[in-house]
Write a protein that binds this ligand. Structure first.
Ligand code: BGP
Length: 462
């Protein structure tokens, strides 16, 4: 069967500044929470590898963009580093402006449309010292950073996104002790989520006021919640997980309001954050033009075996249990379930419940450990598993598009192996292998050649 994608489909890959640029304390850049956390607790990072050099994109971006062109990319998403652009929070760093201008120009010259994101988990340390997203002042600082970025690069960049996976700093930083500041407190987590949403709406407002000709969106990791059974209690539990992890950003970003059920849940549990009266209007009037969806895995949910005990610390899992679907297939390295149909379910959900807003897959990919095992005699990683992974997801995406979902692109995570937060270089995701022990040398993988052909043909046969 032939899988043809719509004309003008956006093909490419995604990355972020902190995971690829390197030069994390050079070029005038100030520290982020990652630089600070690594300095204070290097043992939290796989094999002690920190954010300092990451994948050397700051130096090698020209060759990288040429490689993108060789694979026929027509688009690429990365982010601007807030701490690089405004190291003291106020004054523009000229070196950063030069770097981002050069990078953007290089992309455009090579026919690769830049999609520029403003925040990818990389809170500047000086902002975290003020309380990070818990402090409303930081929301204002973010809006002014967004405005600066639009002014500086808006003539060339026509597609912007406010946040990548804004729920992740909430979960990882304020619930599950996975990212700095390693707080475990649901009340504070809700405040962080709420203020982040306000920050996104304010950035959209700045963008629109700037009379910018481009489009602005947000990138959300949507993890469909599948209930164990049709039993009322299982369905209720799955709905709560969906409200907390998906709809908490999806609804206000696209529909301009929080789901009533979510507000009720938050209220019943005394978690209402501090807010301002004008916020409602701000969210209502500043919805996004398009949506980026990162899809990696579903969530399998069942009703709680035992109800929470009084006095127990409140967590999302106070409302549901997760379970292992007996038929699941796993990516054992990352510990994530592989469920390709999830991408189709998202496509249909966006079509039916979110006004069929233009959207694209902004991340999807497979992280594999010890990929050197698969290097052949020519030095190429033979990553057939990655080709299969992409292919199977694309088939389901294709079906969603055939059925009318307004999806305009597919971006793989990621173009070249990059630094994955606490996992550092444990799991590799790239179309290019990066040798971190040898000047970050890039070598194309089998999946890179395959993907380049898919793009050339705007689809594939299988
Ligand atoms: C997403 C992030 C990316 C990237 C990816 C892979 O959640 O937006 O930054 O890291 O996941 O996940 P990981 O690096 O945790 O393996």
């Amino acid at each position: 069967m032939k899988y043809d994608f719509p004309k003008g489909f956006y093909w490419g890959a995604a990355a972020s500044a902190p995971q690829t640029e390197g030069m994390s304390l050079e070029g005038g850049k100030a520290a982020t929470i990652w630089d600070y956390w690594y300095k204070t607790q290097p043992e939290r990072f796989f094999q002690g590898v920190g954010p300092k050099n990451t994948s050397d994109f700051y130096i090698q971006y020209k060759e990288d963009i040429e490689n993108m062109k060789k694979l026929n990319f027509n688009s690429y998403r990365t982010s601007i580093s807030w701490a690089r652009l405004l190291p003291d929070g106020k004054n523009v760093n000229d070196e950063a402006v030069e770097f981002y201008n050069n990078m953007i120009d290089e992309m455009i010259r090579n026919g690769v449309k830049p999609i520029m994101n403003l925040f990818h988990f990389d809170m500047p340390l000086i902002m975290q010292e003020k309380g990070g997203w818990e402090n409303r002042q930081v929301v204002e600082e973010f809006a002014s950073y967004a405005k600066t970025a639009f002014k500086l690069f808006g003539d060339k960049v026509k597609m912007w996104t406010t946040f990548n996976e804004p729920i992740v700093p909430v979960e990882a930083g304020y619930l599950y002790n996975q990212h700095y500041p390693c707080v475990v407190d649901m009340k504070r987590a809700v405040q962080v989520a709420y203020n982040t949403m306000i920050a996104s709406a304010k950035a959209v407002k700045e963008f629109k006021e700037d009379n910018n000709q481009g489009k602005i969106g947000i990138i959300l990791n949507l993890t469909p919640s599948y209930a164990r059974s049709e039993d009322k209690e299982d369905l209720k539990a799955a709905n709560i997980a969906d409200l907390l992890f998906n709809r908490s950003f999806l609804d206000p970003s696209v529909k301009g309001e929080y789901p009533e059920e979510l507000v009720a849940l938050i209220r019943e549990n005394n978690l209402i954050p501090e807010y301002r009266e004008a916020d409602k209007e701000l969210i209502r009037d500043n919805t996004v033009d398009f949506l980026g969806v990162n899809y990696y895995q579903p969530r399998r949910i069942k009703a709680k075996n035992e109800p929470c005990k009084a006095g127990e610390t409140l967590m999302p899992e106070s409302f549901f249990d997760t379970y292992e679907w007996p038929e699941r297939r796993m990516n054992p390295y990352r510990g994530w379930e592989i469920y390709e149909k999830g991408i189709y379910d998202i496509a249909i959900n966006v079509r039916d419940n979110y006004g069929n807003i233009p959207w694209f897959i902004s991340e999807n990919g497979m992280g594999v450990q010890d990929e050197e095992r698969f290097i052949d005699e020519t030095g190429m990683v033979k990553d057939d598993y990655r080709i299969d992974f992409i292919k199977e997801h694309l088939k389901w995406l294709h079906k969603g598009i055939q059925e009318g979902s307004n999806c305009f692109g597919y971006h793989l995570w990621t173009f070249m192996d990059n630094w994955s937060w606490c996992n550092a270089y444990k799991n590799r995701y790239g179309l290019f292998r990066v040798d971190i022990n040898s000047n970050y040398k890039r070598t194309i993988k089998k999946s890179g050649l395959w993907y380049g052909n898919v793009i050339k043909n705007n689809g594939f046969e299988d």
